[in-house]
Design a protein around this ligand. Structure first.
Ligand SMILES: *Cc1c(COP(=O)(O)O)cnc(C)c1O
Length: 387
């Protein structure tokens, strides 16, 4: 077998394990109501929690941003690709989440890959929840610090690991809202441990920003944690509806990240027009209490409505409501049966989630109607008896 044949056989193996992923080409802007191959579906799978990704006011703001700022940055931020509108966005984000300063990256994945290796290296130690996002895991490996992974949400295990460590710099890393489970990390306990063991605390608030906390200021604001040890990252690609990410914290920490985060320094600045539209997104997040209230009502409708006889929802109060099915083939079969009914929720399988916990990751958006959720509930409850 030559190299290419070997690769092909590995692709065939993905099919055997029901773990090959396929993309679907969506034919309309992001919304709960989409068409695929000309057929209409109600989608429960985006992270557009506030329904901003297709908002017509934001479409206008992006067009206006492009007229004002063009389409590209032309260079990396530290050379000549940083614009006043981006400075303004960073100030707005810092004020919104209540921190001294913020730095905007092109994506959440890049932010995490830049932040962690800038903070810790050989001889240091990272303490991480087992279910952290892939970008945090890869960033930890890249940093070459010693890795201690603790069982999901297990602060007692974290405490033991911290007590046993003699590392120079310690960094605790956790998602705020876990992306495939929807549950929320015990942020106040993590902060107390960071203080007790003199560690940094990095919180990835990708799914909390815009959704949790007063006016959507995020999970750290909801938990009431702050202080120089706290470094918070949030994405601008989920509730904010566009793309990009930011890290916020003490001014000196952010200055250090600007000096050292390689995914900030060695990449072209994101288009300044995006900063222009993102300023409008933050306004909509801040004034979005009605959207968040509707979202909360949808979450309640779903969790109360699903019978959960065979398939169980994980405990979650966030718009991420995973319905655990078990094996890959069963999750795929349920996903396909829902497609037949015009409902789109792709099955999430290992390695994205632990083996044996394949699931439909149902996500709700303020753009869903009660009728959308009723239809989902009725269909899943029926399939649970017949599939
Ligand atoms: C989506 C996500 C990221 C990556 O953000 P992007 O902007 O999509 O690159 C990072 N962390 C978590 C927890 C996420 O869910």
């Amino acid at each position: 077998m030559n190299r290419l044949e070997h690769l092909r056989s590995k692709l065939d193996k993905l099919d055997d394990e029901f773990s090959r992923r396929v993309r679907r080409d969506v034919e309309v802007p992001c919304s709960p109501h989409v068409t695929l191959d000309g057929r209409a579906f109600t989608a429960f799978c985006s992270n557009d929690y506030l329904g901003l990704a297709g908002d017509s006011r934001l479409v206008e703001a992006l067009a206006e941003g492009a007229r004002r700022w063009g389409v590209g940055a032309g260079a990396s931020h530290l050379v000549s690709g940083h614009y006043t509108v981006q400075h303004e966005l960073e100030e707005r984000l810092a004020a919104f989440v209540g921190r001294e300063r913020a730095l905007v990256f092109s994506s959440g994945f890049m932010a995490n890959m830049g932040i962690i290796p800038a903070l810790v290296g050989r001889g240091d130690a990272i303490f991480a929840d087992r279910l952290n996002h892939a970008s945090l895991i890869d960033a930890m490996l890249l940093s070459r610090a010693d890795l201690h992974r603790f069982a999901h949400l297990d602060t007692a295990a974290l405490e033991r690991q911290l007590a046993a460590s003699s590392a120079g710099t310690k960094l605790i890393v956790s998602d705020s809202v876990f992306s495939m489970d929807g549950d929320v990390a015990p942020l106040r306990e993590l902060m107390a441990l960071a203080e007790r063991f003199d560690a940094w605390l990095l919180i990835d608030d990708a799914h909390g920003f815009g959704v949790l906390g007063p006016q959507g200021r995020g999970a750290p604001a909801e938990a009431g944690i702050s202080g120089w040890r706290l470094i918070q990252m949030g994405t601008l690609s989920k509730a904010a509806g566009v793309s990009g990410a930011f890290v916020a914290g003490e001014a000196a920490v952010i200055e250090w990240l600007m000096q050292k985060a390689r995914t900030y320094i060695f990449t072209t600045g994101s288009p300044p027009a995006l900063a222009h539209v993102l300023l409008a997104c933050i306004d909509l997040i801040e004034s979005g209490d009605e959207r968040r209230a509707h979202l909360a009502a949808l979450i309640e409708r779903l969790t109360k409505g699903l019978a959960q006889e065979r398939w169980k929802l994980l405990p979650s109060r966030t718009p991420i409501q995973p319905l655990v099915v078990g094996d890959n083939a069963a999750a795929l079969a349920l996903g396909e049966a829902l497609m037949e009914e015009g409902l789109w929720i792709p099955a999430i399988r290992p390695p994205t989630v632990p083996a044996g916990s394949a699931r439909l990751r149902i996500t709700l958006s303020a753009a869903h109607t009660f009728a959308d959720v009723e239809r989902l509930v009725e269909t899943v409850n029926r399939l649970e008896k017949t599939l």
